[in-house]
Ligand binder design. Structure first.
Ligand SMILES: [Cu+2]
Length: 312
């Protein structure tokens, strides 16, 4: 009786949660990665709801039947768990199944296409069609973005700000991040100083920003919308203030924004170091430029070479 009621309530609870709560589970469905995160969380919820209902029902049952009245008769105890084969086998069996299934599911969900863990890191285990080609072309500094192709966005973290470089738009750098809808985005994340973490919540993207490392994270945008970027690695006193907002724009609106920003920033862009996957800030201060590749002591205070040469 108790377990029949539990089974019925669990099925009803799961259906109600899947239909009415599921579509609102964070981080939403702004990108393919966010959507698969949402699916994973909903699968966890399908397990959590029956457990929650079981706990509540057991609590209600215990209060109703095992309570003690002041001055009343002694309560009637339930069956002893010791030596109760049904209780023991089902307890061990069910908990083992739940834990092992979720461990397997979690591993699978991390590694698959658009999973949270597979397409990330300096050497991703998978990459979307065209992404590597777009990155290779972007590294030359001479590629441009066309609708339908992957967009390369470089995320540069430093204490305490994110800036974004768009190598397919002349390599301009902006404090704003806008990306086009229905497009594969290739994030290349690096840092100029300490370890930060690029966490674009509604995009379902999170990647560490390490100095000297190019950390890759892929996603594919769906509709338009806005998202927040926060630093998710304690990086100093203003860590908490290290955030900004971004937008997924329609492809034409993005094209307009990127082209006009490229033109508006051209005077500044030519003083930036050439586009590169990582940068070493000068020990000589902001005006001292950047060290050439291969310098073995990039933070030596006595170095004098390496001042930035503006591209003409
Ligand atoms: Cu930070």
């Amino acid at each position: 009786m108790f377990w029949t009621a539990w089974a019925i309530l669990s099925v009803v609870g799961d259906i109600v949660v899947w239909v009415f709560v599921g579509p609102h589970t964070p981080p939403g469905a702004l990108t393919e990665t966010a959507k698969s995160d949402q699916f994973d969380f909903n699968v966890l919820l399908m397990f959590a709801v029956p457990v929650l209902i079981g706990v509540w029902m057991w609590l209600a049952f215990a209060i109703r039947f095992w309570n003690v009245k002041r001055g009343g008769p002694d309560p009637v105890g339930g069956e002893a768990a010791r030596n109760n084969k049904v209780a023991q086998v089902s307890w061990i069996g069910i908990t083992s199944f739940v834990v092992l299934f979720l461990a397997g599911f979690g591993t699978w969900a991390l590694v698959v296409d658009h999973g949270s863990g597979g397409g990330e890191g300096p050497n991703p285990v998978w990459s979307p069609a065209g992404a590597v080609k777009a990155e290779t072309a972007a590294a030359t500094g001479n590629s441009s973005w066309k609708v339908g192709e992957p967009l390369v966005v470089q995320v540069i973290a430093q204490q305490w700000r994110f800036t974004y470089r768009y190598p397919q738009f002349g390599g301009f750098e902006s404090q704003q991040i806008n990306i086009p809808a229905h497009t594969t985005i290739v994030f290349n994340v690096t840092s100029l100083d300490v370890i930060h973490d690029f966490w674009a919540y509604q995009l379902g993207v999170k990647a560490d920003a390490n100095p000297g490392i190019n950390n890759v994270a892929y996603t594919e945008t769906k509709g338009t919308g806005s998202f927040v970027v926060r630093c998710a690695e304690l990086c100093g006193i203003w860590h908490g203030g290290m955030f900004n907002y971004g937008k997924v724009l329609s492809q034409s609106a993005f094209q307009n924004w990127a082209s006009s920003t490229e033109a508006a920033n051209a005077q500044n862009t030519k003083f930036l170091p050439a586009f590169s996957w990582t940068y070493y800030p000068s020990a000589n201060g902001a005006g001292g430029g950047y060290y050439p590749a291969g310098n073995l002591t990039p933070y030596s205070p006595s170095e004098t070479y390496g001042s930035a040469t503006p591209a003409s």
